[in-house]
Design a protein around this ligand. Structure first.
Ligand SMILES: Nc1ncnc2c1ncn2[C@@H]1O[C@H](COP(=O)(O)OP(=O)(O)O)[C@@H](O)[C@H]1O
Ligand SMILES: [Mg+2]
Length: 279
């Protein structure tokens, strides 16, 4: 669990994070959402200690990270895995070397032991047998999976992902989201994901913090978001008329006023709307 308490951050007198507090639980995906420039990346960097907040505290499983000295912080950092925006793989290293990098940095394990661990995590992200390929030979989705394997190779308790779906098509995005969620549950990690991907919210949003111009505008989960009356949130998430309609439909379904459409899967062979008398 990560507790964020009254975090503030300014750059050159301009407030970028304004008094943010939240609780991010283990074993679930905690999403930070908001428009571009709303402060998601700065908040995530404050939480992991890449930026020092001007005010406030960050607690990792009850331990006050903000008050820690250098070597104590290093202990917590070893338990943090990060999936950077754009994957940030080393282009001159192959997949195996990329994933092994943190093991070589932080452990004294033998090559054999490191290789076993690399193969274990590559298998976990469904990428067995690509050890010798270079990043330039991989698709966007495969690069993300290699980056995810590298992020979890040290068995972190906390996983941070900044826009894991940027540059991916919607279907590949869903695969990555599902993988992040499965791994989160399997290893009981506290996972923090920055995103502005609408699909991610609905699929993996166990906890959602919506930021608006540096402050917390709304928090809740992917069920509650359907019912939210927050206008800024609704304008951001359900931006199009189509999505406004979809939200209205889901609200009616959730409250039992109309049957849940998911109980009536469409038959792709027949099409959605057979003409009367055509059967
Ligand atoms: N290192 C920095 N120095 C000064 N301003 C910054 C720095 N990093 C981010 N900002 C500013 O903070 C605001 C929030 O940025 P960011 O957290 O990257 O937004 P998001 O990730 O939501 O798109 C932006 O206005 C950005 O220009
Ligand atoms: Mg960002």
């Amino acid at each position: 669990m990560i507790e964020v308490k009254h975090i503030k951050k300014s750059f050159d007198g301009r407030t970028v994070i304004e008094d943010i507090s939240c609780v991010m639980k283990a074993g679930q995906c905690n999403l930070i959402i908001g428009a571009s420039g709303s402060g998601k990346t700065v908040l995530q960097k404050c939480i992991v200690g890449l930026f020092e907040p001007d005010e406030g505290e960050i607690l990792y499983d009850g331990q006050n990270f903000t008050a820690m000295k250098g070597n104590e912080k290093t202990q917590i950092r070893k338990e943090i895995g990060m999936l950077f925006q754009g994957s940030a793989l080393f282009d001159s290293l192959n997949v195996q070397e990329n994933v092994m990098f943190p093991l070589s940095m932080f452990t004294n394990d033998s090559f054999r032991k490191k290789l076993d661990r690399v193969n274990e995590v590559l298998e976990r992200v469904n990428l067995q047998g690509v050890n010798r390929k270079f990043p330039s030979e991989l698709s966007g989705g495969m690069k993300k999976r290699v980056a995810l394997a590298r992020a979890i190779v040290l068995n972190p308790k906390y996983l941070f992902c900044d826009e894991p779906n940027s540059g991916l098509d919607p279907q590949t995005s869903l695969v990555i989201d599902k993988l992040i969620q499965e791994i989160t549950v399997e290893f009981n990690m506290t996972t923090v994901v920055n995103t502005h991907d609408m699909n991610s919210l609905m699929e993996i949003g166990n906890y959602i913090l919506y930021m608006y111009k540096g402050h917390k505008e709304w928090e809740g989960n992917n069920k509650e978001i359907i019912f939210s009356k927050n206008e800024r949130l609704n304008n951001f998430i359900f931006a199009s008329d189509f999505l406004q309609d979809a939200k209205a439909m889901r609200m009616l379904e959730e409250t039992g006023q109309i049957p849940d459409h998911r109980n009536f899967p469409l038959d792709p062979e027949k099409g959605p709307d057979p003409k009367p008398g055509s059967a």
